[in-house]
Design a protein around this ligand. Structure first.
Ligand SMILES: Cc1ncc(COP(=O)(O)O)c(C=O)c1O
Length: 440
């Protein structure tokens, strides 16, 4: 795609820069062309110049069924026809959504409905600290849990700051981020060591059961089950951050797949298929610590449980309940991409690891299987960026940043995957021709 094909988008982006800092409303949205989007339907998204892309970025995974899916559009229209927001008491939609969440998420006995994953995590942390009366948290290097003060550290850290001091933003008091300790994913010993160093001071371990914010590291059975045993022994809570894995890999999230029961679970993104809805759920005795139930943790939010968010959540979860083949289909398409790309890489003699789970996939430009973040420090960042950049140029939207995952929605087809594999073959060949990767 030539620079000419982005003229209108670029002009809109320039207008944006005058009134929005950097021209975007979330930092990682500014990545060069395409600069602006106008419409989307099913598996495709169209930019402001009318260029159409097969969308695997899927709004960081918030699109699960496909863009503007009919069941969501109908639910939105119906919601707009009745109650918008009351700010007093509860609505039937809130109750229905909470009942569905409690029904499908194995560990959730009670839930609160919020608007973003970051809020859900912030509340989970407060609840954990308040109910254990302890200060510290443990998170894993590479795990991302939103923007709240305690967890905004050590995500995709550069080598020199990995496992050390690496807040993701200025403006957080060191006391906040330093109260979160850093362990290595798939390395139970690293968590045990922290419990030894901070006896009876760790309130919770928070984990993305599959750390999709660094692609897809899949937990070993020993690790994920070990986290459950260790936290229980130590009187700490286990928080599964299922903001990406929830509803995407199974109706009951990754906890259903690995059969581990966390104390608290956060979820959001795909649950509303593009509309802002999220939540925090868990054991009744913990959730009773919220103030409306007589506890000490304040729960607030003008827009919590608003009509359109609830309608989107109800419609998405109901669709998934009624169409269990959604998971077999998307998982099979994920496998079709992964095995296809492995074949292409081997034919071109390019060293890379194709990873993923279910309908998600990523490419690591490394020469061995990755189990934790330490393996990802070897990723060839330029190759990773160029691969996704060249896929965009061929009409396939993949975020051109290292370690980023891609998402297959219910609207992608086998033909879409095959088209993308053809584009990948061409993109990778062009990387060899331009000396970005070498053969052998
Ligand atoms: C695992 C995880 N937790 C929490 C969040 C924060 O969610 P939100 O962007 O809805 O605030 C994200 C966002 O990417 C996430 O990936």
């Amino acid at each position: 795609m030539s620079a000419d094909s982005h003229t209108k988008s670029k002009a809109l982006a320039d207008r944006a820069t005058a009134v929005i800092p950097g021209g975007v409303n979330s930092g990682t949205r500014r990545n060069g062309a395409p600069y602006a989007f106008e419409s989307a339907a099913g598996a495709y998204i169209t930019d402001f110049d009318g260029n159409r892309y097969l969308d695997y970025h899927a709004a960081f995974g918030a699109i699960l069924l496909g863009h503007r899916h009919a069941v969501i559009e109908d639910a939105m229209a119906a919601a707009a026809d009745t109650l918008d927001l009351s700010g007093y008491g509860v609505s039937e939609a809130e109750v229905k959504l909470a009942e569905l969440i409690v029904e499908v998420l194995p560990s959730v006995e009670q839930t609160v409905i919020l608007n973003s994953g970051s809020e859900a995590v912030a509340y989970a942390i407060r609840l954990a600290r308040a109910s254990t009366d302890r200060k510290y948290l443990v998170k894993f290097q590479g795990g991302f849990h939103g923007w709240s003060e305690s967890v905004a550290r050590n995500v995709i850290s550069p080598k020199e700051r990995a496992y050390g001091d690496d807040p993701v933003t200025a403006g957080i008091l060191p006391d906040s981020w330093q109260s979160t300790l850093i362990a290595e994913f798939n390395d139970l010993e690293s968590v045990k060591t922290l419990f030894e160093q901070y006896p009876e001071q760790i309130a919770a371990v928070i984990v993305e059961p599959i750390p999709h914010n660094v692609g897809a590291l899949v937990p070993t059975k020993e690790f994920i089950e070990g986290l459950r045993t260790l936290t229980t022994e130590q009187g700490a809570l286990l928080i599964f951050d299922e903001v990406i894995t929830g509803f995407r890999h199974a109706l009951g999230g990754y906890q259903q797949i690995c059969a581990v029961t966390p104390d608290l679970t956060t979820f959001g993104k795909a649950m509303g298929n593009g509309y802002p809805v999220a939540g925090l759920g868990g054991k009744r005795e913990l959730m009773q610590n919220f103030d409306a139930a007589g506890g000490k943790v304040a729960l607030m939010g003008t827009f919590n449980g608003n009509a359109t968010s609830c309608a989107a959540g109800i419609a998405t979860i109901t669709y998934l309940k009624d169409n269990p083949d959604f998971y077999t289909r998307t998982h099979a398409l994920g496998e079709r991409w992964r095995s296809g790309l492995r074949g292409i890489l081997s034919e071109l003699e390019i060293t890379a690891e194709v990873v993923g789970f279910g309908g998600t996939f990523s490419t690591y430009f490394i020469d061995h299987r990755a189990s934790g973040f330490k393996d990802l420090l070897e990723n060839d960042v330029q190759a990773a960026i160029q691969f996704h950049r060249r896929m965009i140029d061929r009409g396939v939207l993949m975020l051109p940043l290292p370690l980023k995952r891609n998402h297959i929605s219910g609207s992608h087809t086998a033909e879409d995957i095959d088209m993308s594999l053809n584009a990948a073959q061409d993109a990778l060949q062009s990387m060899i021709d331009d000396d970005i990767v070498s053969r052998g």
